[in-house]
Design a protein around this ligand. Sequence first.
Ligand SMILES: [Zn+2]
Length: 68
Amino acid sequence: MKTSAGLQTSGTTDESTGKARIEGPIPEFDKYGDYTGYDYFRCTGCGIEAMRHRDLRDGGCKCDGGGP
Ligand SMILES: [Zn+2]
């Protein structure tokens, strides 16, 4: 049973360093592959996503990906 084939979702990143950071804005696409008109941000540390960068820093993110 193979379950480890989904590690190539975000292209070129340096997640191997282990340093959490905020990625984005990342364009959001619906299930048809069309741009929804929204962008979102994602923390590489805890994987949480939000529509605004500050939402990650102000509550969503539990690691230090958002910086000071
Ligand atoms: Zn985080």
